[in-house]
Ligand binder design. Sequence first.
Ligand code: SF4
Length: 352
Amino acid sequence: MDFGSEVIAWYGLNKRTLPWRDTRDPYLIWLSEIILQQTRVDQGLPYYLRFRDAYPSVHDLAAASEDEVLRLWQGLGYYSRGRNLHRTAKNVVADYDGSFPVNYETLIRLKGVGEYTAAAISSFAAGEARAVVDGNVFRLLSRYFGIDTPIDTGTGKREFTALANTLIAGHPPGLFNQAMMEFGSLQCRPKNPDCGICPVQAGCHAFRAGRVHELPVKKGKTAVRDRYFNYIVTDDDRGLLMNKRGSGDIWQNLYDFPLLETSGPLSPDRIVSSDAFRGLFGDRAVITGITGPVRHLLSHQRLHAVFIRIRNFDELFSGENGWFYAAKDHIPTLAKPKLIFAFLNNYPHLSS
Ligand code: SF4
């Protein structure tokens, strides 16, 4: 048996039952692929089911408001994916009359659809012979064939994709792709791969050469930037003062609190006595509570957030910042970053 056939045979015995594997509907496959980008299957599964139930067709998703979509996306992170998902649904309805494309060349032109996703949809929905190369496939190929080319470089991506595209020949494309990804995910895992019971062990270069833990090679990690967020939580009877985030930074169009960002950590007392704070809230404000610092990791940023609850503030901010009072029963309907709703979960009296 060749390598591909071995992997497919293994898949028949070991695959997980996942709802997006039962469909050839390109819309549902696309939905699952976008949700699963940079997300573990167990984390993405409930989101997939929620979106599928709320928006069974691309028309339903296109007709939703962005706020609704982001609210459903809440907690999954990488919110630009949620916004692109919505925008793409609208484009498919407008440009393709709601008939979701299935061929690679058309799919690749859709917003938020890269080579990987286009290959996945075209092979699963239409049987196009396009190899899907995700992190699991990179690792499996790198180890099995003993390839040292860094996987996070353009050269590496081209080399591994070309190899996968030669291996797919002669196999049902959708099945081959699913099998390769599942094998990499469950059998040839990043840590502690199951080499002892691996059906392709005899031909595996890394196993024979004792290099399993050296492969795949990565060129370098992206630098992570520290940011210091001082959130001002207005704890009074009018509800909470909220902020809709603008473009050009993380969490576009999500809701958080008025924010004073500093270049390093500052004590809440110094924040409240700073000119920036006084310019927004006056000089009568008193601190009623402090939470944090809370560390929150994003892909390229490390946030250090402090939540400063205040009372007795002046409304100097009116109209200038796009802030608004949200009634307590309205707050749960706003799409918020995980950092914010985790804070609110700890203080249920602030939002009902
Ligand atoms: Fe992966 Fe180990 Fe199998 Fe090689 S022998 S393909 S390293 S699980």
